[in-house]
Design a protein around this ligand. Structure first.
Ligand code: C5P
Length: 214
């Protein structure tokens, strides 16, 4: 049992970018490989959790033991998250696009594009979950920042109703890379982890989640 401390628990993970269609051939998106989220989903499954991975478009293989739901847009991701509840814990790693475009059903001609896109705000999936009656007992968000990492992370933790924020400085080569240096922001303060492989970040975080749910 010590090796499978998450047996009987359901953990929801979001990962990857979302794609917001402009028309059938164009989209806007955030830069995200999905690697960190997939690694976390796999590490949680190894500890015995039932894992639902709600994934935006990526080129990654589903980790063993993980059940994956593919989505494209933020609104599809929000619906898939709702459909996957209830969960004991949720780890929101996805780089969700903050805005969508009123998508055109036919490809827009370049001449008709003009120089502006009308942007509509997307739902904040983490914040909605943080303030929902169906909130998982342990709710974890991510914060990719280029500056004032800790101040922004603490603000996000409060605003979004998360228990923990995993903050990282993406001003270097983290995006798409295999290593990550994170700060874990909890109710007790900040823990800065040394730079390590994303798989190791995932393992350590999964262990912390197991402790948090014990
Ligand atoms: O506000 P920001 O995008 O920096 O917040 C990042 C955190 O919020 C991540 O955990 C991300 O998955 C989540 N998020 C979300 N829905 C959004 C925007 C962000 O779940 N629309």
């Amino acid at each position: 049992p010590a090796a499978r401390p998450l047996a009987g628990r359901h953990v929801l993970v979001t990962a990857g970018p979302t794609h917001e269609a402009i028309d059938p051939v164009r989209y806007i998106a955030n830069r995200s490989s999905g690697r960190q989220g997939y690694a976390i989903a796999g590490a949680l499954a190894k500890l015995g959790a039932r894992v639902t991975l709600v994934s935006g478009p990526t080129t990654l293989e589903t980790p063993p033991g993980v059940s994956r739901v593919d989505v494209e847009s933020a609104r599809e991701m929000a619906d898939a998250v709702d459909a996957a509840l209830p969960a004991d814990a949720a780890v929101m790693v996805a780089a969700v696009a903050d805005w969508r475009v009123e998508a055109a059903p036919l490809k827009r001609a370049k001449a008709d594009m003009g120089d502006r896109l009308e942007l509509v705000p997307n739902p904040d999936i983490l914040a909605r979950l943080g303030h929902s009656p169906r909130r998982p007992r342990l709710l974890i968000g991510f914060a990719a920042e280029t500056h004032d990492v800790l101040a922004h992370a603490a603000g996000k933790r409060a605003r979004k109703g998360a228990d923990w924020i995993v903050a990282n400085d993406v001003s270097g080569d983290v995006m798409g890379g295999t290593a990550n240096a994170i700060h874990l922001v909890t109710e007790h303060g900040v823990e800065s982890w040394e730079r390590m492989d994303k798989d190791l970040v995932a393992e350590r975080l999964a262990e912390r989640i197991a402790h948090g749910l014990a």
